[in-house]
Design a protein around this ligand. Structure first.
Ligand SMILES: NC(=O)C1=CN([C@@H]2O[C@H](COP(=O)(O)OP(=O)(O)OC[C@H]3O[C@@H](n4cnc5c(N)ncnc54)[C@H](OP(=O)(O)O)[C@@H]3O)[C@@H](O)[C@H]2O)C=CC1
Ligand SMILES: CC(=O)N[C@@H](CCC(=O)OP(=O)(O)O)C(=O)O
Length: 348
C-alpha cells in the first residue's frame, strides 16, 4: 500500500486530537495539514501536549485550500460546520465526518433535533451495525464519504442490536441510562463543565426524550430489524474524563430466556474483533476500554421485570469517535479493518 496522506480539521479539539493520536500508530498514514478556528497559528502542542511527535506543527485555518491535496480528510468540527467544508473537497478525497451533519436519513428528524437545513446523508460509519442479514461494513468499502456515529448511539446500538435483530425484545419498550465522561462535551468552555460544578457530582442532561441522539438510535435499531422503536434515553455526566457506561433495558418477547439471548449475542459478535461479550459473571467497566477501539458488553435477564438488561462500555473518543472513524477509513480504502487500532485498554 502506498502512503495515505491525511488532513485533520478541528485538530485542536478532543475528537481531532484523538484521531491524531490513533493515526500516529497507523502504519500506512502520513499526517498532513492540521486545521482549527480560533487556535489557528498556534502549535498543536499547546492543545495536545501528549501528541509529542506533532507538538511543533502549527495549526492552519480551516479552508478547502488547506485541506485539499490529501487522500483523506477527517472533520472534527462543531455540528453544522462540516457540510460547507466537505462540499469544497473533491470526490477523489475520502471525507470522514466525526460530527452529526450527515448521520440522519430523515430531514424531518434533523430539523426536529438539530434545527436548520439537513446537509444530507452519508454512509454510516458503524461497521458492526446489523443491516438486514449483513453488516454496515459492506456498505463502507470504496466509499468517499463517511458519517461517524454519535458516541452514545454507538454504546446503545452495539449493546442492544443483537436482541432487536433476533426479535428477542420489544423494540417499542427500551430504556437507556448512561454515565458519560466530560470529554464527550468537547473542549469549549461551558459553565456546567467547570470542575467546581462537575467534580463530585453526577448530573443528568438532555432529559425527557430531547437528546439529539434519539433519532439516530432509532434509525440504527430499525436498520437492525425493528419495525418500530421507542426509547427513553437519559445521559448523565459523571466525573471522569472519558468513557460511557450504558445500561439499556428492554421488555422481553414472550417466552424468551437468557440462553437464547446469549446465543444471539455470541452469534452476532464472536467474529467481531472489537466487540467483546464478556464471560458470564464479569461486568464491563469504562476503564477496561480506555484508549482501545473496543466495546465491552454483558447481558442479564431481570425475571421479575421480564426485561433484558445490557451493560455496554466504550471509550467515547475511541470506539465512540476516532477509532470508529479510522476503522471506517480502513474499510473505505480496502485496508485490513483493524489496522492501527488497538484492543488493549489503559488501566488502572
Ligand atoms: N467528544 C466526543 O466524545 C465526540 C465528539 N463528536 C463530534 O466531533 C466533533 C468535534 O467534537 P469535539 O472534538 O468534542 O469538540 P471540541 O470543541 O473539542 O473541538 C472542536 C474543534 O473544532 C474547531 N472549530 C470550532 N468552530 C469551528 C469553525 N467554525 N470552523 C472550523 N473549526 C471550528 C475548534 O477549533 P478551535 O480550537 O480553534 O476553536 C476545535 O478544533 C463534534 O461534531 C462532536 O459532536 C462525536 C462523537 C464523540
Ligand atoms: C458528555 C456529553 O455531552 N456527551 C455528548 C456526546 C457527544 C457526541 O457523541 O457527539 P455528537 O455531538 O457528534 O453526536 C452528548 O451526550 O451530547
Amino acid at each position: 500500500m502506498t502512503t495515505i496522506t491525511v488532513a485533520v480539521a478541528g485538530a485542536s479539539g478532543y475528537a481531532g486530537g484523538e484521531v491524531l493520536r490513533l493515526l500516529l500508530s497507523h502504519p500506512d498514514v502520513e499526517i498532513g495539514a492540521l486545521t482549527a478556528a480560533s487556535s489557528a497559528g498556534t502549535p498543536l502542542g499547546d492543545h495536545h501536549p501528549h501528541l509529542v511527535p506533532l507538538a511543533d506543527r502549527i495549526l492552519q485555518p480551516t479552508t478547502a485550500e488547506t485541506l485539499s491535496g490529501h487522500d483523506v480528510v477527517f472533520l472534527g468540527l462543531p455540528h453544522g460546520q462540516s457540510g460547507a467544508v466537505a462540499a469544497e473537497l473533491g470526490e477523489d478525497v475520502l471525507v470522514i465526518d466525526c460530527g452529526a451533519d450527515f448521520r440522519l436519513q430523515s430531514a424531518d428528524e434533523w430539523a426536529e433535533f438539530y434545527g436548520g437545513e439537513h446537509a444530507g446523508t452519508w454512509p454510516y460509519g458503524l461497521p458492526e451495525l446489523i443491516v438486514g442479514q449483513g453488516r454496515q461494513r459492506d456498505a463502507l468499502k470504496g466509499v468517499n464519504r463517511v458519517a461517524v456515529p454519535g458516541c452514545n448511539v454507538t454504546a446503545i446500538t452495539l449493546g442492544l442490536q443483537p436482541a432487536v435483530a433476533a426479535r428477542l425484545v420489544e423494540a417499542t419498550d427500551i430504556v437507556a441510562v448512561l454515565a458519560n465522561g466530560y470529554s464527550g462535551a468537547g473542549k469549549a468552555p461551558k459553565q456546567h463543565l467547570l470542575a467546581a460544578e462537575g467534580l463530585g457530582a453526577a448530573s443528568p442532561y438532555g432529559v425527557g426524550g430531547v437528546h439529539r441522539h434519539v433519532p439516530e438510535i432509532m434509525q440504527n435499531l430499525r436498520q437492525a430489524g425493528a419495525d418500530d422503536v421507542t426509547i427513553s434515553f437519559t445521559p448523565t455526566l459523571v466525573p471522569m474524563a472519558r468513557g460511557i457506561l450504558a445500561t439499556t433495558t428492554a421488555r422481553l418477547a414472550d417466552g424468551v430466556e437468557l440462553p437464547a439471548i446469549r446465543a444471539a449475542y455470541e452469534a452476532a459478535y464472536d467474529a467481531e474483533p472489537f466487540i467483546h461479550l464478556l464471560p458470564e459473571g464479569r461486568w464491563p467497566t469504562t476503564a477496561a476500554t480506555l484508549g482501545a477501539n473496543t466495546a465491552q458488553l454483558q447481558i442479564a435477564v431481570d425475571q421479575r421485570a421480564r426485561r433484558l438488561v445490557v451493560v455496554s462500555a466504550i471509550d467515547n473518543l475511541v470506539k465512540g469517535t476516532a477509532g470508529g472513524a479510522i476503522q471506517s477509513m480502513n474499510l473505505a480504502l480496502g485496508l485490513p479493518e483493524t489496522t492501527g487500532l488497538s484492543t488493549i485498554g489503559l488501566a488502572p
